[in-house]
Write a protein that binds this ligand. Structure first.
Ligand SMILES: Cc1cc2nc3c(=O)[nH]c(=O)nc-3n(C[C@H](O)[C@H](O)[C@H](O)COP(=O)(O)OP(=O)(O)OC[C@H]3O[C@@H](n4cnc5c(N)ncnc54)[C@H](O)[C@@H]3O)c2cc1C
Length: 396
């Protein structure tokens, strides 16, 4: 399905409602807890609709998982069932709309994916082909290694003639996007409080009146928890399983070697417009690292261990990518994935009082802008949007 068809669809569900159309009776003091991609997308949309919005973060915007992500925007085969896949398709389109309000570094050249192991590759093709059974799906093609090499002359595709080319995929710079979302929210009248830890909600006469934070009380009619891996603790309900770690390295700006997102042997990699290569490792952490990883650290315990990981990832990259021998690594970090118990996004009010909302999901980079639009619309218009019907927290 073409992106313009998505845009038509977005407009039919009134996601473009201009500020003037906000229902003035439903204007609230809203605090968004968490300045990751999900929280800042929601806050930005709320501010556009004229809501009185404050974002708080226990550290700085983007300091959680969003700042350590691979940043691939997609609606590909692991996104099942159709309701989730469809939301992700809308998610790609929602980035087009976001350009109307903020500038953010991004590249929309699609992705190429293959496995060297024949059984894994067969499984990939089976899964990808299932996409075409959906009423709509993100466009893909199966291409041979000659065609793939014409797109990516520096990559050895191991003569694989069934490479999955997902045409509509893109990659963003999530940190810059978050920075610009925050700036635009402030421009629209919103507020941000950094290094501000949510403690608890304060009710007066049975009604939410404020939240208590490490920086004092903030008057609040509605709280939105967009707190990534901390969500269980904050909403006092188990909706996420234990997060899993992933390592992301970024290089210093380098000459142009890659055009698309490459999901190849052992690693995935893309190159930002500023020349930085972003590389993620596909293997998870070994079981015997469990104790060391308690508390979900984002840095390695020593520079020696960090270096070992860098070497391993670069070794894998160099095994199939030419002309990257001189890359210099700028950062290596551990990101922790928020993992809903059933894999599907969790978005909605957590109780009948309708003063506490939650938004947590695994593919937050892909879904942030669409979720931001729908959530802001639901809250401002006081309606339930059926696009989120299968993702409500009440299912747990
Ligand atoms: C290695 C890796 C690669 C990934 N790759 C992709 C990808 O390619 N594409 C994709 O779509 N997704 C990807 N993901 C997942 C994606 O990054 C996450 O789903 C997304 O970043 C979650 O965003 P968030 O805003 O929900 O959470 P976060 O970015 O973690 O933001 C939550 C914020 O809440 C704040 N917070 C928590 N508790 C409190 C409190 N008590 N008071 C105040 N503030 C608080 C934190 O400081 C944090 O800033 C990847 C994840 C990892 C780890």
């Amino acid at each position: 399905m073409l992106r313009r068809d998505f845009l038509k669809l977005l407009s039919t569900i009134a996601l473009y409602s201009p500020l003037a159309s906000a229902n003035k009776k439903n204007l609230k003091k809203i605090t968004v807890v968490g300045a990751g991609i999900v929280g800042t997308c929601i806050a930005h949309e709320l501010s556009r609709l004229g809501q009185n919005v404050t974002i708080i973060d226990k550290s700085l915007p983007g300091s959680g998982t969003s700042g350590k992500s691979f940043n691939w925007v997609n609606a590909t085969y692991p996104k099942r069932p159709y309701s989730y896949n469809y939301l992700s398709q809308l998610g790609i389109a929602a980035f087009d709309d976001l350009y109307r309000y903020i500038d953010f570094p991004s590249k929309w050249n699609g992705s190429l994916e293959w496995f060297v192991e024949p059984n894994k590759h067969k499984k990939l093709l089976n899964n990808v082909n299932k996409l075409s059974n959906y009423p709509t799906y993100s466009k893909y093609k199966i291409i041979d290694s000659l065609k793939a090499s014409s797109y990516e002359p520096n990559i050895n595709f191991n003569n694989n003639n069934n490479i999955v080319y997902s045409v509509e995929d893109g990659a963003i710079d999530a940190l810059k996007t978050i920075e610009n979302l925050v700036a635009r929210t402030i421009f629209n009248g919103g507020k941000i409080r950094n290094n501000c830890i949510y403690k608890n909600s304060i009710y007066r006469n049975g009604k939410l009146s404020s939240i208590s934070t490490s920086l004092g009380e903030i008057e609040t009619d509605l709280i939105i928890f967009a707190t990534g891996i901390n969500t269980n603790l904050l909403i006092n309900k188990k909706v996420l399983k234990e997060p899993t770690p992933g390592i992301i390295i970024k290089t210093k700006p380098y000459m142009k070697v890659i055009n698309k997102i490459i999901v190849g042997p052992g690693i995935h990699i893309h190159q930002q417009n500023d020349g930085r290569l972003v590389i993620g490792e596909q293997d998870g952490a070994p079981e015997n690292h469990k104790i060391r990883l308690e508390g979900y650290p984002s840095k390695f315990p020593s520079s020696i261990i960090a270096k070992q990981h860098i070497n391993k990832i670069l070794y894998k990259a160099k095994s199939f990518i030419k002309n990257i021998d001189d890359v210099e690594v700028e950062s290596v970090e551990i990101g922790w994935r928020p993992l809903p118990l059933d894999g599907l996004p969790i978005v909605g009010f957590i109780d009948s009082k309708k003063d506490t909302y939650v938004a947590s999901m695994h593919s937050g980079i892909s879904l942030g802008p669409i979720v931001g639009k729908i959530v802001a619309h639901e809250i401002t218009e006081n309606i339930y949007n059926n696009l989120l019907k299968e993702f409500r927290p009440s299912r747990f």
